[in-house]
Design a protein around this ligand. Structure first.
Ligand code: TXA
Ligand code: MG
Length: 342
């Protein structure tokens, strides 16, 4: 596993200068790479939306190096958020709280809340501390696409739109942070991640599931997210071999993301065995899907993941959304074509 922990002082200086100039900087976190801008500069944050092709109504997470400066961004810290921050920060958790008055609308999507995360990756910490302010950052991918877990994914997808890409090697977790909203009505899990529901409940007791309101507050929760361009379907574990064999009949090229080796060799099947350990599966998930997406296959078959361990929940969530996006695409094939959608 390649993991580069610290940047040189020259790299950090260059990134901080870019942020102060209102430019974009991609940086590693332990979940996925972020596409960062100075959260106090609305014009800079606007560039994030342009680079991603993302609607400006969708809010972005503000990253801080420490909860010490929370009060600059948050009107009040609900007791549950306080407890969760103390337990899981720095780490793969984002907390949505009532916003402070001076937080820009482009950051919050005009909502009355702001999402805050204190990442643990040493290079993210280095950057945040040197910058000395909040960095607004979504995942550093084009809107609706797979999140990047390596610096080269960012360069491939966003190219010149980003002034600096800090290379921290492979993101350790590999899936986006757990998002939890805390307000007067209670605690709500908006997006599953490496911090699990059981872990959250251990700290705060009751946790509701899913978004509460009518607005799509977490666009990552719409089914068009986390999708490879190649149509992807989920297949029951005991059918993965037969389905791969059938689908590849006549030399059709088929990709498989499984948790074990194939029972035999299928000539036109590209098979990745991502193993049975959820942590390792998550770590490699987006890189594996990128590999399969560019393997020239007509379809990606993904072996369904176990239901007996909640560590698979965030993985299942992303796979289901990726597969649902494929369904939407194929319903739309006559007009756009599945491969033409970015
Ligand atoms: O792991 C992560 O969370 C990565 C790294 C870079 O920190 N970031 C990330 O950002 O995944 P993004 O924008 O791809 O997903 C963040 C999600 C979005 O779906 C956004 O709608 C939601 O957080 N979000 C941001 N502010 C919010 C708010 N005030 N209320 C509800 N959801 C919010
Ligand atoms: Mg994202």
């Amino acid at each position: 596993m390649v993991r580069i922990v610290r940047a040189t002082q020259a790299e950090i200086d260059e990134a901080v200068t870019a942020l102060r100039d209102g430019e974009l900087v991609a940086f590693p976190t332990e979940t996925v790479y972020g596409l960062g801008a100075n959260a106090q500069n609305p014009a800079a944050v606007h560039k994030i939306f342009e680079a991603k092709g993302r609607p400006t109504t969708h809010p972005v997470i503000v990253h801080l190096d420490s909860p010490k400066y929370l009060h600059r961004w948050v009107r009040e810290v609900p007791p549950a958020a306080q407890a969760l921050g103390e337990r899981f920060w720095p780490g793969p958790l984002t907390l949505v709280m009532p916003r402070a008055a001076n937080v820009h609308d482009i950051v919050t999507g005009g909502q009355d809340t702001v999402a805050i995360r204190v990442p643990a990756h040493p290079m993210a910490q280095q950057l945040l501390t040197a910058f000395g302010g909040g960095i607004a950052a979504p995942s550093a991918n084009r809107y609706g696409r797979l999140s990047p877990t390596r610096a080269e994914h960012v360069r491939d997808e966003l190219g010149d739109a980003v002034r600096v890409v800090l290379d921290g090697g492979e993101s350790q977790v590999g899936l986006e942070s757990t998002i939890v909203a805390c307000d007067a009505t209670g605690v709500r899990l908006l997006r599953p991640g490496a911090v699990t529901l059981a872990q959250l409940r251990q700290v705060v007791g009751e946790v509701q599931l899913g978004a509460s309101g009518d607005v799509p507050r977490v666009p990552g929760s719409t089914p068009t997210h986390y999708a490879p361009a190649t149509p992807m379907i989920i297949v029951p574990a005991d059918e993965i071999d037969t389905r791969a064999e059938d689908a590849s009949e006549g030399g059709r090229r088929i990709a498989v993301l499984a948790q074990r080796l194939p029972l035999k060799t299928y000539p036109s099947v590209t098979w990745i065995n991502a193993g049975r350990r959820p942590d390792a599966f998550a770590h490699d998930l987006y890189a594996n899907l990128r590999t399969l997406d560019t393997a020239g296959c007509e379809q990606i078959l993904v072996q369904e993941v176990p239901t007996d361990d909640e560590k698979w929940d965030a993985i299942r969530d992303r796979l289901l959304r990726g597969a649902a996006a494929s369904e939407l695409d194929s319903a739309d094939l006559s007009t756009t074509g599945a491969l033409g959608r970015i």
